[in-house]
Structure formats: C-alpha cells, structure tokens
Design a protein around this ligand. Structure first.
Ligand code: SAM
Length: 222
C-alpha cells in the first residue's frame, strides 16, 4: 500500500519534470524557423556585399543576445539586413523584437525582402529614416544596441541611447579596433571607443574575430 502511494506520487513528478524540460529546450530544437533561417543564410552567403557584417560577427551578436536573454534591440544601419537577420534570429529565441534603421531606400527595401525570405519579418520593425533624428526620438528602453551606420556619429548615437539603455544591457558597435592607431584609433570609431572606455559604469571589450566589434555592458546606471 505504502509503495503504491510512493509510486502515485512519483508519476506526476516525472511528468512535470519532462514537460518543464521539454518546454525549456524547445527554442533550441531544430524548429521550422531555424531551418528556414539557416537555409536562407547558407543560400545567400555570397550576397552580402553592401557593407554587411561577416557571418562571424553576426554569430557574435546572436550569442550575446541569447546568452543575456535580451528582448528589446535597436540596430543603427540596416543595409540589406545581414546583421539584422542574426539579431532577429536571436530575438526569435528570447521573444524579443528589433527596431532597425537605414536612410537608404534601396537597401531598406532589399532588407525587407531578405527579412521576409528568412522568415523573420515578425521580429523586425524596419524604419526608413535618418538615424540622427530617429535615435533621439525613440523612447526605448533597449537592452541591446548594434551601431553600424555613419562612423563619425558613433559617439553621438551612444550619448543619445545611453539613458535609454537598461542597466545590464549591451551597446555594440562595428568596425572597431583597439590595436591603438589605425582603424579604431582615429576618426569616429576611435572617439567613440575612448569615450565609452572613460565611463565607469560600462565595461568594454573588443572582439577582433571579424570586422571588429566593441561590446560595452552597462554595469550600473551612473
Ligand atoms: C555598414 S552598413 C550596415 C550593414 C548592416 N549592419 C549589415 O551588416 O547588414 C551602414 C548603413 O548605414 C546607413 N546609414 C548611414 N548613415 C545613416 C543615417 N544617418 N541614418 C540611417 N542610416 C544611415 C547606410 O545607408 C548603410 O546602409
């Protein structure tokens, strides 16, 4: 009788464990969306000639978002959508959404078509606008930002976004090098990198595996 009671208590516990486990792993399974995105990326790997990030940088952005469970993303500089696809793919795992901005109508249209073909449109709000003004107008808050438009404006974008970036959030920027002079040392990227590194409430590293990505985590409000 006692062993029967133990048995009847054991079965629901096993069922709860199996259901919870199945749900928590569901986003990582080879879902139909994953297959569609992978197929799109592999079939279009040669079409990213519009100043797009290399795949290794796309994977880096994807990993940062998934690891931190970010949900509210902003991209400045959509071009034809390569980085946007990686970001939105990650957001499809976390239940988030991306706002991405570009000023060029041709590239904006091409990006919309690429997002549709990759199956990711529902995760993306693509705006055709001048980011200088739109970034100021957007309310946020954001927990992830990728800056990849006009380099001489990088510091201004950061200053406008900082109050709208959640503590624990991450500001990333492309074409950054911390090898002293050169790429990131001069011009807008250098000015931005020096500025963000001067802030005590941000912790900044640079990933040099691809085109150079600065990764700045906001550790506290001030
Ligand atoms: C390097 S590309 C972006 C590449 C994209 N992130 C990718 O990897 O697929 C830079 C883009 O920024 C856009 N851009 C430049 N200045 C801008 C501005 N003031 N507002 C919005 N977009 C701008 C350009 O039209 C261009 O498409």
């Amino acid at each position: 009788m006692r062993s029967l009671n133990l048995f009847t208590a054991f079965i629901p516990a096993v069922l709860i464990f199996l259901t919870t486990n199945a749900n928590s792993q569901a986003p990582d399974r080879n879902s139909a969306l994953d297959e569609k995105v992978r197929k799109f990326l592999s079939e279009n790997s040669r079409q990213w000639y519009d100043m797009n990030v290399p795949a290794v940088d796309g994977q880096l952005l994807y990993d940062i978002i998934v690891k931190n469970n970010y949900k509210s993303a902003l991209e400045i500089g959509t071009s034809t959508g390569h980085s946007g696809i990686w970001i939105a793919w990650a957001l499809s795992k976390t239940g988030g959404k991306l706002i991405t901005i570009d000023i060029d109508e041709g590239r904006h249209r091409r990006a919309l078509e690429n997002f549709r073909q990759a199956g990711l449109s529902e995760y993306i709000d693509a705006r055709l606008a001048d980011a200088h003004s739109l970034v100021r107008e957007l309310k946020g808050p954001f927990d992830f930002v990728f800056s990849d438009a006009d380099k001489e404006w990088y510091k201004n974008y950061f200053i406008d976004i900082d109050p709208k970036l959640k503590t624990g959030g991450c500001f990333t920027a492309h074409n950054i090098s911390d090898r002293g002079r050169g790429y990131g040392g001069y011009g807008g990227q250098g000015e931005f990198l020096n500025y963000v590194r001067s802030l005590k409430n941000y912790e900044t590293t640079v990933n040099s595996a691809g085109g150079g990505v600065s990764i700045s985590y906001k550790k506290s409000d001030k």
